[in-house]
Design a protein around this ligand. Structure first.
Ligand SMILES: N[C@@H](Cc1ccccc1)C(=O)O
Length: 525
């Protein structure tokens, strides 16, 4: 239907002339909206479709006309009520006057009632005896004439005032209508074949693109709504953990340097220089630049001494110290490297460096603990990236995020550490935790943290913790009675458990189609 209509419009336009834009094809609209609503929609649909292809352009024009009501139509046939009253009477002095009852019988009750008043008003009839007689010999039935005009032309030459009156008398009704003026558009053609939307390989190979018509790009179109951005699961869990730390009164440490020296990543932590973690297959070393700037001389000396010969109650490792090992640049293998730098900063006041300048004793040398030594308790945390030279599989990547908490205060005990971790993991929704003695070169005692995994139905290791050794803290200049404990977990692991992700590569957008690894359990360590 729409197609046929489109063809009709195009053919009609084509008949006009080759002069574009100046000829207007007039398509009459419908006058009875109730009857022709569907037709109206079809016409508009056909015109809009052609217009969108720029084959035509069109304008809609509103019209208003009048039609007769059933009463009006009756008047056109039989005359107005007042004319019929006049016609039913005898001329003055020429016969019996007609009484009101007889008049009703002759022309009907309604016409007699309405017509009488108007006939009197017009001066057409008068009273005589007990009835009515004609007052004039001839009349002009204006109402009937007007209605005839409306019937044939839809309007009246006399204008709106009379039309309004007839409308008020409910003899005519207004009808709104439409018509369309149609012009040829720049893409005018008599073919209604749908334009192509895409240039295809087939069209190029067959050569059909040459004769094809293409749909124009609509740069005004809104386009497909894009779905809103979403937070990455790692970011969400990161924020959750961050909030837990903050509500427990922790402060975030700056951990923005991925590149560290062997000194800060290992030596400062009392990790022996021959420890396997420092080997090439476990740690990424930098080749250019390959060596770091030297740390503060005094501190560096104290650290090398505690390794080589001991001190602070320790016998040390008793192996030769290598400057080269300490100065190697590497990608940090844990954020504990940053924690160490923060603790060193925390010890700044206690080191009495300012007092040193005034020739006073260095607190770290005396090792004495005293209030007023400048030490301030601290609760620090970080969540940042670390790098390990791992063989990558479903649960291991060469880089991941480490969550680390560090608490420094006087006289802390292992019970404090355990208590802290219970609260911390509890806030993460992990309430069923166990601790197992472990070994870290920089903590003593050390504890591995296990949680019961409800899905896997077994205990899984979720983190590592411990109380930092005096060999690490005291060379920094922290007072003897200051204890520092810390714990570390990965960010990826709780995220994988929370989101039911089996393969760590799913989290970081790697291809995960390696056979067998998709269904392996989410075990990180
Ligand atoms: N650095 C440890 C975590 C840890 C932090 C602080 C104290 C003890 C352990 C790890 O990489 O697993």
């Amino acid at each position: 239907m729409a197609e046929a209509l489109q063809q009709l419009v195009l053919d009609e336009l084509a008949k006009f002339s080759i002069i574009r834009d100046t000829r207007t094809l007039i398509i009459p609209g419908q006058t009875d909206p109730a009857e022709s609503h569907e037709a109206q929609i079809t016409i508009l649909g056909a015109l809009n479709s052609l217009q969108s292809r720029e084959m035509i352009s069109y304008e809609t024009h509103e019209t208003s006309s009048h039609v007769l009501t059933p009463e009006g139509a009756q008047i056109v046939l039989e005359g107005s009520h007042e004319a019929r009253v006049w016609g039913a009477l005898t001329a003055k002095g020429e016969g019996e006057p007609v009484g009101a009852q007889d008049l009703k019988k002759k022309i009907g009750e309604e016409a007699a009632k309405v017509g009488q008043g108007r006939a009197f008003k017009n001066g057409w009839i008068t009273k005589e005896g007990g009835g009515f007689v004609k007052n004039v010999s001839a009349i002009e039935d204006v109402t009937q004439l007007e209605l005839r005009e409306v019937d044939s032309t839809g309007t009246l030459k006399t204008g709106e005032k009379t039309l309004a009156e007839l409308r008020k008398r409910k003899l005519i009704a207004q009808r709104k209508g439409q018509w369309f003026s149609v012009l040829m558009g720049p893409n005018f053609s008599t073919s209604t074949a749908k334009p192509e939307t895409d240039l295809t390989v087939d069209m190029l190979t067959s050569g059909s693109w040459e004769s094809a018509t293409f749909k124009k790009y609509n740069f005004e179109a809104d386009g497909i709504p894009t779905s809103g951005g979403a937070f990455h699961p790692l970011l969400k869990v990161r924020e959750e953990i961050c909030n837990i730390f903050l509500e427990m009164g922790f402060e975030e440490m700056p951990t923005n340097s991925f590149v560290e020296s062997g000194f800060w990543c290992f030596d400062a932590l009392f990790v022996p220089q021959l420890h396997p973690a420092r080997e090439l297959q476990d740690t990424f070393y930098l080749s250019d630049p390959s060596t770091s700037l030297k740390p503060a001389e005094d501190y560096y000396k104290r650290v090398s001494a505690v390794h080589e010969i001991g001190g602070y109650g320790s016998i040390g490792y008793r192996t030769p110290w290598s400057d080269e090992e300490a100065h190697k640049l590497l990608l940090r293998t844990h954020t504990t490297a940053s924690s160490a730098a923060m603790l060193y900063k925390l010890a700044e006041k206690c080191r009495g460096e300012t007092r040193d300048q005034q020739g006073t004793a260095n607190a770290s040398e005396t090792g004495e603990s005293r209030e007023g030594d400048g030490f301030r308790p601290a609760k620090l945390f970080s969540i940042d990236r670390v790098f390990r030279n791992e063989t990558m599989d479903a649960t291991h990547l060469a880089e991941f995020h480490q969550v680390e908490g560090v608490v420094a205060d006087r006289n802390l005990t292992l019970a404090d550490l355990i208590g802290f971790m219970r609260v911390f993991f509890g806030k993460m929704g992990i309430t069923n935790v166990r601790f197992k003695p472990a070994y870290n070169p920089y903590t003593e005692p050390s504890l591995e943290i296990f949680a019961f995994h409800p899905m896997l139905q077994k205990w899984v290791e979720i983190g590592n913790s411990g109380m930092f050794r005096p060999e690490m803290l005291e060379p920094m200049g922290l007072p003897k009675d200051v204890r520092v404990h810390g714990w570390g977990i990965s960010l990826e692991r709780p995220t994988m458990i929370r989101y039911g992700i089996n393969n760590i590569r799913t989290l970081v957008g790697h291809k995960t189609s390696i056979e067998g690894v998709e269904n392996s359990p989410a075990v990180m360590f």
